[in-house]
Design a protein around this ligand. Structure first.
Ligand SMILES: C[S@@+](CC[C@H](N)C(=O)[O-])C[C@H]1O[C@@H](n2cnc3c(N)ncnc32)[C@H](O)[C@@H]1O
Length: 430
C-alpha cells in the first residue's frame, strides 16, 4: 500500500481519540458536518476511515506490540498515534519511514506532547523492525469483558474465539439485487460471487456509486445476513406490509421489490431521508412515516409485519469495530424494554392469520431467543412458524430447535463470514 499524506492520518487520530477517549461512535463523527473528516477530499476521507477502522479492529494485538517497546504509559493521544503507526506498519505494510514520520508529526503537532516526539520516534522504529514477529504469535483482539462474558455464556469459549477472529477478518461487501433475474449479469459485471441466500459478494471494490448498476438502482449494499429476514415473509406480492424501524431502508427496498404495498416507519427524520433517497434511486415506492412506534396508531391492519428492532448491534462488530469501545458497559435493559413494547404494538397491528418477522442484528439471546420466548408466553394468540432453511439458501444448523434463525459472524468463515443476526417468524392464529 502506498503511504497516505498527513491530513488523513491526523483525521484518523481524531477519530481514534473520539472513540477511545470520548466513547463516541465513528458513524457520528464521520457524518458530522464539522467533524474530523469534513475538510478532506473523498480519497482522504476513505483513507482516514479505513485506517481508524483497521486500528480498532486489531487494537488488542496493536497494544501488546506497543507495550513491548514502551517503559511508561504516555498520554492517550501519543498511544493513539503509535496505534495508527503500528497498524500502518504491520497491517497495511506501508514503508517504515512514512509511518514513523507520521507518528512523529502527530506527536510534535500537539503542544502538550511535543517533547515526546523523540520517544515516539524510537518506539515506532523498533515496532517497524520487530513488531511483525511479535504480532504473528498473538491471538486475535479480544472483546472487552463486558461483551465477551455474555457471548461466552451463550456460545462457549471456542465460539467466542472464532467470533473474535471473524471480527479481525473484517467484512466483504454484500449486495442485494432488486431483481434476481439480473443475478448472472450483475455478478459478471461486478466480478462478484453469488451466495446461496441470493446476495452477491465482493472482496474488492471501488467507489460504490460508480459501480455497474448502482445509478440505475439495480442493487443496494446490504450484509447477506441482513437480507434474509425480509425474505422470511414469503410471497408478499400485493399484500399490505408494515416495515417497523425501517431506516436506512435496506429491508424496505426488499419488501417493495417483492411487490408489497409497504408502509415504513422510523423515528429518525434524518435516517428516513436516506430511505427516501434509496427508494428514489431504485425507483421503488413505500409510504414513509416518521413516528415513534410506541405512539403510532395505523388506521389499518397489516397482512405481514417486519420488525427489525433497535438492539446492541453486537452482530455487526466486524463492520463496526468501534462498537465495543464506544461504550464502557452493556446497558441492555432500556433496549430490551423497547423491543418488548414494539413487539406488543406490532402484534396488535397484524391481521388474524398474518405473519410477523422479529429480527435483531444482535448476538445476545436476551435480544433474540429470550425476547421471542417471553412474547409468546404473554401472547397465546401467536405461534411460531419454523423457518425452512432450504427455501432461503440457509444451512440447516443455522436454524435452532424452535425453528428460528441464529446467525453468527464466524459462520461461512471460508467465504468471508456474515453479520450476526436473529430472526423468528410469528403467526397470529386464525
Ligand atoms: C436496526 S435499525 C433498522 C435498519 C433497517 N430496518 C434496515 O434494514 O435498513 C433500527 C432503527 O430503529 C429506529 N428506531 C429506534 N427507536 C424507534 C422508535 N421508538 N420508533 C421508531 N423507530 C425507532 C432507529 O431510528 C433505527 O433506524
Amino acid at each position: 500500500m502506498s503511504a497516505p499524506g498527513y491530513a488523513p492520518r491526523a483525521a484518523a487520530a481524531h477519530l481514534l481519540n473520539g472513540v477511545l477517549t470520548e466513547h463516541r461512535l465513528l458513524s457520528d463523527m464521520v457524518n458530522s458536518k464539522d467533524g474530523p473528516l469534513a475538510k478532506l477530499p473523498p480519497q482522504g476521507k476513505a483513507r482516514a476511515q479505513s485506517l481508524a477502522n483497521d486500528t480498532l479492529r486489531h487494537l488488542g494485538r496493536i497494544d501488546i506490540v506497543i507495550d513491548q517497546f514502551m517503559q511508561k504509559e504516555p498520554p492517550a493521544s501519543v498511544r493513539n498515534a503509535l496505534r495508527l503507526a503500528t497498524c500502518e506498519l504491520i497491517v497495511d505494510k506501508i514503508p517504515p519511514h512514512a509511518a514513523v514520520d507520521a507518528v512523529v508529526r502527530l506527536v510534535k503537532n500537539n503542544r502538550q506532547t511535543t517533547r515526546m516526539a523523540g520517544m515516539a520516534n524510537a518506539v515506532a522504529r523498533r515496532i517497524s523492525e520487530h513488531g511483525a514477529e511479535i504480532w504473528a504469535d498473538l491471538e486475535p483482539t479480544p472483546l472487552p469483558p463486558y461483551l465477551a462474558k455474555p457471548i461466552r455464556k451463550a456460545y462457549g469459549k471456542d465460539v467466542l474465539a472464532a467470533i473474535e477472529q471473524a471480527h479481525e477478518n473484517g467484512a466483504p461487501i454484500d449486495i442485494t439485487l432488486q431483481s434476481q433475474a439480473d443475478t448472472d449479469d450483475l455478478a459478471e459485471a461486478l466480478e462478484a460471487s453469488v451466495l446461496s441466500t441470493g446476495s452477491l459478494r465482493l472482496f474488492e471494490w471501488g467507489q460504490i456509486s460508480t459501480m455497474p448498476g448502482f445509478e440505475e438502482g439495480a442493487w443496494w449494499v446490504q450484509d447477506a445476513s441482513a437480507a434474509i429476514p425480509a425474505q422470511l415473509l414469503g410471497d408478499i406480492s400485493g399484500k399490505k406490509v408494515l416495515d417497523i424501524c425501517a431506516a436506512p431502508g435496506g429491508k424496505t427496498m426488499q419488501l417493495a421489490a417483492a411487490g408489497a404495498d409497504v408502509t415504513a416507519i422510523d423515528l429518525s427524520k434524518y435516517r428516513m431521508e436516506r430511505v427516501q433517497e434509496n427508494l428514489t434511486r431504485t425507483k421503488l415506492s413505500a409510504e414513509l412515516v416518521v413516528a415513534d412506534v410506541l405512539k403510532y396508531q395505523p388506521d389499518q391492519k397489516f397482512a405481514s409485519i417486519l420488525l427489525d428492532a433497535p438492539c446492541s448491534a453486537t452482530g455487526t462488530i466486524r463492520r463496526h469495530p468501534d462498537l465495543p469501545y464506544a461504550k464502557a458497559e452493556l446497558t441492555l435493559q432500556p433496549v430490551l424494554d423497547l423491543q418488548k413494547q414494539m413487539l406488543v404494538q406490532a402484534a396488535s397491528w397484524l391481521e388474524t392469520g398474518g405473519q410477523m418477522v422479529f429480527c435483531t442484528c444482535s448476538l445476545l439471546p436476551a435480544e433474540g431467543e429470550e425476547q421471542v420466548a417471553e412474547f409468546l408466553e404473554s401472547h397465546p394468540d401467536f405461534e411460531r412458524v419454523a423457518i425452512n432453511p432450504e427455501a432461503h439458501g440457509l444451512q440447516p444448523d443455522w436454524i435452532d430447535a424452535n425453528g428460528a434463525m441464529r446467525l453468527r459472524p464466524d459462520f461461512w468463515a471460508d467465504r468471508g463470514g456474515m453479520d450476526g443476526f436473529y430472526a423468528a417468524i410469528l403467526k397470529k392464529r386464525a
